[in-house]
Design a protein around this ligand. Structure first.
Ligand code: ADP
Ligand code: MG
Length: 265
């Protein structure tokens, strides 16, 4: 079974995610200027920084939604094979990319649910059609995940009939259903009305508490302080400061980080 293989291919002693010296440009614009980040198994890393600092690009490179120009990405000890082309680096092993993508679930600001499917079918789509799980097994898992995010009763609803908070919780259930080794969240609450933010943060906090590796881009500083083991502050495509969340929020060293925290506090 594909899912079992994907987990066997990774080395449990290796860091969950390791990025070395990642560079990414769009044309002449250098967006990531040599980022190196390591996430241990079960570690929750919050990525903060101003708009345009490269947070989304960083997550999208890890998930191979963007092609880096140079650098290494190592997931669970398995280095992603990249080959040099005139457009920069491209993954050279399509099956490896599929395996790694299904092992690294991403949750987007805009939910990205399939509008023509009800919630249950959104959740079982990848397990059935990509991972080759039986329908019955996928439905059983999906129902479990939907219960965990408080949406079991809504499983036959279509996304457009749900609130933004419910849609994002459905997207989180969908991400969990592939049993990812790590989860990447890109501003999961930024598109929500303020009164719906709390229900989504609560679900993310529960998942973080289960010991899952997470990288989380967020503007919710109180939340980052609460759930993150470590915080990385990006400024113009570089790590300006990183450290335990307590240190970053209570005793920031860099002037830019102090300024950033004041500006959003
Ligand atoms: P953040 O998520 O921190 O706000 P992004 O990673 O989205 O920042 O963007 C970093 C920079 O890269 C910005 O200047 C943005 O305009 C630029 N950028 C992002 N995606 C693209 C793209 N597909 N084409 C060209 N420029 C892009
Ligand atoms: Mg972004």
């Amino acid at each position: 079974m594909l899912a079992a293989q994907s987990h066997a291919a990774t080395d449990p002693r290796a860091p969950a995610i390791e990025v070395r010296n990642l560079h990414k440009s769009y044309g002449d614009l250098e967006v990531l200027k040599g980022l190196s980040v390591t996430a241990r198994h079960g570690e929750v890393i919050a990525i903060i920084g101003g708009s345009g600092s490269g947070k989304s690009t960083f997550l999208r490179c890890i998930n191979l939604l963007e092609k880096p120009n140079s650098g290494q990405i190592i997931i669970g000890g398995e280095e992603i094979k990249l080959k040099t082309t005139q457009h920069g680096l491209e993954p050279s092993d399509r099956r490896q990319v599929e395996r790694i993508r299904t092992n690294l679930a991403m949750v987007f600001q805009s939910f990205n649910l399939w509008q023509h499917m009800d919630i249950l079918h959104n959740v079982i789509e990848v397990p059935v059609h990509v991972l080759g799980q039986s329908r019955d097994q996928a439905i059983a898992t999906a129902e479990d995940m939907l219960r965990r995010v408080g949406l079991y009763e809504k499983r036959h609803s279509f996304p457009s009939f749900l609130s933004g908070g419910q849609q994002q919780r459905a997207a989180i259930a969908r991400a969990l259903a592939v049993e990812p080794s790590a989860m990447l969240f890109d501003e999961p609450t930024s598109a929500l009305d303020p009164e719906l933010v709390g229900e989504v943060l609560k679900v993310i906090k529960d998942i973080a508490g289960e010991g899952r590796t997470m990288m989380l881009v967020t503007h919710e500083m109180a939340f980052a302080r609460d759930v993150a083991d470590r915080v990385i502050f990006l400024h113009q495509g570089r790590i300006e400061e990183e450290g335990p969340s307590e240190q970053i929020f209570n005793a920031p060293k860099s002037e830019r980080l102090q300024q950033f925290l004041r500006s959003i506090g």
